[in-house]
Design a protein around this ligand. Structure first.
Ligand SMILES: NC(=O)c1ccc[n+]([C@@H]2O[C@H](COP(=O)([O-])OP(=O)(O)OC[C@H]3O[C@@H](n4cnc5c(N)ncnc54)[C@H](OP(=O)(O)O)[C@@H]3O)[C@@H](O)[C@H]2O)c1
Length: 344
């Protein structure tokens, strides 16, 4: 897969005799001092090349690798998207990665964690089509890690607290979504916009991080803020499958937890059957690793899979992802689930 013309790679170290480079302090948490690219793409000012080179404290070289896969990660400021982006940036010999985040606050946070500013684009997937397209231009692959994020209603916490005090059962906090940020907008229209833009710019593969539970329209997650989140996510999955021309992998993780990756055995399944297991969680870092692997493994092409992990200490931590994917002989089926009336 080829590198986009004119793209640059900011390098700390050139590997002797090699055309590959190490990226700038990726994952180190250190702030960069490179003035030219210290702002993400949507608000970067132009600086004369001479000044760029004078102020740069790192090597700046044209990226020329023929074998590098250019990847755009959306939702790169999110908890899983961020790990995907960092994993890709840590493999400069294989990937050239960039991330799309919703706002400058997310971009600055990622920069503070060592992601070079020139790898960041700021844009809204629903209302920022132009920036979305810019972030995708020249990409071979797209990772979709965006999602509507339910917000807890603060007053409902008071009710929960009060009922707990009175030892009444069944008290649950309530959730809502911000105006314009409902699952219909983000998980359906926003994902559709990404899929459409990817197809238009010639992306060849999309890896979509979705969720388990989509076979059950009455799943409790659909009740959160009356958002029907799993229904909208599933609609986007079907759109991707039917969009034609691009390869895809749809990943349905179980409950996401923040834990170190690479310590557990991954278990694949289809059609939410794994929800019958008592242990149904998976570290975000393991979802991120599976996502990265799916970008280049042919065994992942045009698949829709569920994934959880065994509890720590059970089984053997997964390392061979091709074997893992080959071991699953089926794919999630679509169309059998009763669909609610959708307005879009
Ligand atoms: N939580 C679970 O247990 C669970 C289980 C299974 C599957 N999943 C799914 O797994 C995926 C990853 O989950 P996660 O918890 O890591 O995600 P997350 O932290 O909630 O990240 C979602 C990202 O989407 C971004 N986003 C939302 N609306 C956007 C918009 N209009 N434009 C641009 N970006 C937008 C958010 O941006 P901001 O940072 O600006 O908000 C955020 O960075 C999601 O699809 C989630 O639904 C979650």
């Amino acid at each position: 897969m080829s590198t986009a013309a004119g793209s640059v790679c900011i390098c700390e170290k050139v590997i002797e005799g090699s055309k590959y480079y190490r990226p700038t302090r990726v994952l180190t948490g250190a702030k960069r001092s490179l003035t030219a690219n210290s702002k993400p793409h949507s608000f970067r000012h132009s600086i004369p090349p001479s000044q760029v080179y004078r102020k740069a404290s790192f090597w700046v070289m044209a990226a020329t690798s023929e074998s590098m896969t250019q990847v755009t990660v959306t939702g790169a400021g999110g908890r899983t998207g961020k790990i995907v982006l960092q994993k890709l940036l840590a493999q400069p010999e294989k990937f050239s990665a960039r991330g799309l985040v919703r706002n400058t606050k997310s971009a600055e946070k990622l920069q503070g964690e060592g992601v070079p500013a020139d790898r960041l684009y700021v844009g809204d997937i629903v209302n920022g089509t132009e920036e979305l397209r810019k972030s995708l231009a020249g990409s071979d692959a797209l990772v979709i890690a965006t999602s509507a994020v339910p917000q807890i209603k603060p007053l409902s916490l008071l009710t929960v607290f009060w009922k707990k005090l009175l030892r009444q059962e069944g008290a649950r906090p309530e959730f809502s979504f911000k105006e314009g940020q409902f699952p219909e907008q983000i998980d359906w229209l926003g994902q559709k916009a990404q899929i459409d833009a990817a197809r238009e710019v010639g992306v060849k593969k999309v890896v979509l991080i979705s969720s388990m539970g989509g076979t059950d329209k009455n799943h409790p997650l659909n009740k959160l803020g009356n958002g029907n989140i799993l229904i909208w996510k599933r609609k986007a999955e079907e759109y991707l499958i039917n969009s034609g021309g691009m390869k895809y992998t749809i990943i349905h993780p179980g409950g996401l937890i923040d834990e170190e990756g690479g310590k557990r055995e991954l278990v694949l399944g289809v059609d939410d059957e794994l929800l019958k297991n008592t242990s149904r969680s998976i570290p975000r870092a393991d979802v991120a690793e599976l996502t990265v692997q799916c970008l280049t493994l042919a065994e992942a092409d045009n698949r829709s899979i569920d994934v959880i992990t065994k509890p720590p200490g059970e089984g053997t931590p997964t390392t061979d992802y091709a074997a893992l994917l080959t071991s699953l002989k089926e794919d999630c089926q679509y169309g059998a689930v009763a669909k609610p009336a959708l307005s879009a």
